[in-house]
Design a protein around this ligand. Structure first.
Ligand code: AMP
Ligand code: MG
Length: 549
């Protein structure tokens, strides 16, 4: 069942999770539970229920009438086609529908080897599992489309990783329960295409457009063009969210690109502390292929890789029902479309895709990004000005880049900026002075930084006056979209370290952090640890995870 092998003509393989030794429940996400209509309070209050929960989501108990599986996909990794990859350490347990009709595919990560494990062990270590668990739920709370995390369970399994914090010393294993409406990726299409298995490309595209990306059909083209347009829109909006909140994914390979435009595969990700367009969170990305500012263009590259398998289907336009792909394994197949027509479709598909990406991707991206940035700046849509991007956003980001400004503290404190009815700053210089100390790294260069901000503040003030912005009301709006708590790398590290001594201490710390992750906009947190994290000086260097820990 677990022998690594090429799997042909199949989009998944059935495989059972390995038995997890000594599973311990470390955390449950309440908002994720709600999606499945489970009650975490009930579960934790009743020993039997908790045991049942743990045995299901550690992979030790398979529910009746379910048969777990792992997906088969390929992908372009760092620019190159890597052949079959697949879920090497993810096993989907079941798909379930809640009373709202939302369907969720629930999956374990780190539950052992599958036919797609290649050289890997199929496990995950506790530290990377904590990172994925917390960040999935945090991103959701920040309004970013993402896969979700339901639970985190530690095991007594000893796992060895080359990038371990203590060298090759074994680390503790863990299993994260993740969920998404679908785990379909660009790479699923690339796999069949790479094997010239076009009938399955088509079946997968039919499945995706009927069951996964069920968005309303917009614009021209046949069903495959509409599918591709919908994926393009979702991808552009996802990356616009990343750029607006300062998220660097780290491994934007096509096997990590969801057709639903969900942020997926939390490996070496990071929410940046200080604004830096060249930021690269992935230590093994030597040339900065997935640097922060390159993320939108990487999405375009990835969308092209998704489009290639669909060229004929898209290019056949209204004739797609008559299109029959040749099959090298079945030479007697009837009604096969001739080579010349296929070439014509292919060429036409290429042109349609090129035009669609050229004309639409940037619009979807910009519209979403500017809107999100406007909200962060407290600018109302009703008087949306065409020039906000050029006149307000770009110069602000340039200033942030020059002075290494804390991207999150800046917006949160900007909501305190006040102007009088006559349009003058209230206590301007003093406010700016205090503020600059908060938002720049270690107080260096503060005077120059404050002076450099003044021209921008003047632009901002005039922009606010133009829409007759009310200070109090604007502050409310801004504080509801600019997080006070941000899951910074050093905070995750503190949570990870808190498990060094005993689980009780770790669980408390994790719980406090999770609570802040899912309520990032609060003015105050009961837990003193959270307040300390928020007010701490952010360390310049911190420990980062690599792709596959
Ligand atoms: P990632 O960079 O995490 O997206 O992983 C790329 C590929 O490697 C995917 O097919 C993963 O399933 C696989 N993989 C990563 N880590 C492991 C592991 N420990 N065991 C088996 N497969 C793995
Ligand atoms: Mg992956």
């Amino acid at each position: 069942m677990r022998t690594p092998r090429p799997v042909h003509k199949a989009v998944y393989s059935h495989v059972y999770p390995e038995k997890a030794p000594d599973p311990v429940l470390l955390a449950i996400s309440t908002p994720a539970c709600e999606k499945l209509e489970l009650n975490p309070v009930d579960i934790k209050a009743d020993r039997q229920k908790e045991e049942e929960f743990v045995s299901i989501f550690s992979g030790n108990k398979i529910l009746p009438d379910t048969r777990p599986w792992s997906l088969n996909y390929a992908g372009h990794q760092f620019g190159f086609f890597a052949g079959q990859l697949g879920d090497g350490r993810a096993v989907s347990l079941f798909e379930t529908m809640n009373s709202k009709g939302e369907s969720w595919e629930v999956q374990l990560k780190g539950a052992g080897r599958t036919p797609y494990s290649r050289f890997g062990d199929g496990y995950a270590v506790l530290r990377s599992s904590i990172r994925e668990f917390l960040m999935s739920e945090h991103m959701n709370a920040l309004g970013v489309p993402t896969t979700r995390a339901l639970a985190l369970i530690a095991t007594s399994r000893e796992v060895i990783r080359e990038d371990g914090p203590r060298g090759l010393e074994p680390e503790r294993g863990a299993v994260v329960t993740r969920m998404a409406p679908s785990w379909l990726r660009f790479g699923n299409f690339e796999l069949f295409y790479s094997r010239d298995d076009m009938d399955n490309v088509r079946r997968l595209a039919d499945y995706a457009s009927e069951n996964v990306v069920k968005d309303e059909a917009k614009g021209s083209g046949n069903k495959y063009t509409r599918l591709f347009r919908n994926v393009t829109k979702r991808t552009a909006e996802m990356v616009a969210e990343w750029q607006a909140i300062g998220f660097n994914h780290g491994v934007m390979n096509t096997d990590n690109m969801s057709v639903l435009g969900l942020t997926m595969d939390y490996g070496p990700f990071q929410i940046m502390d200080y604004y830096d367009t060249n930021y690269v969170c992935n230590h093994s990305d030597d040339i900065g292929r997935y640097a922060f500012q390159r993320q939108p263009s990487v999405c375009l590259f990835n969308l092209v890789k998704l489009a290639v398998p669909l060229f004929e289907l898209i290019g056949a336009e209204g004739e797609v029902d008559q299109l029959v792909f040749p099959d090298k394994d079945n030479e007697t197949k009837e009604g096969v479309t001739d080579e010349e027509t296929l070439t014509k479709y292919r060429q036409n598909g290429k042109e349609i895709v090129q035009q669609l990406l050229n004309e639409e991707f940037k619009d979807y991206f910009m519209e979403h990004y500017v809107e999100k940035m406007r909200q962060k700046l407290g600018l109302k849509d009703s008087v949306a000005s065409e020039t906000d991007f050029k006149d307000v956003i770009v110069p602000l980001l340039a200033w942030m880049t020059d002075y290494h400004v804390d991207y999150h503290r800046f917006y949160r404190s900007l909501s305190n900026y006040r102007i009088t009815a006559e349009g003058e700053e209230v206590d301007g210089d003093r406010a700016i002075g205090e503020w600059i100390d908060i938002v720049t790294e270690l107080g260096e260069n503060t005077e120059a930084c404050a002076n450099a901000l003044k021209p921008w503040l003047s632009i901002y003030r005039h922009r606010l006056l133009k829409e007759r912005s009310d200070d109090k009301e604007r502050k409310q709006r801004m504080d509801a979209v600019n997080p006070r708590f941000v899951l910074r790398n050093f905070i995750v590290d503190r949570v990870i370290e808190s498990f060094d001594n005993d689980d009780e201490h770790g669980k408390e710390c994790l719980e406090a952090c999770l609570e802040a992750c899912i309520h990032p906009y609060r003015d105050h947190y009961e837990d003193q640890r959270v307040e300390e994290w928020i007010n701490a000086a952010v360390p310049a260097e911190d420990y980062r995870c690599s792709c596959s820990s």
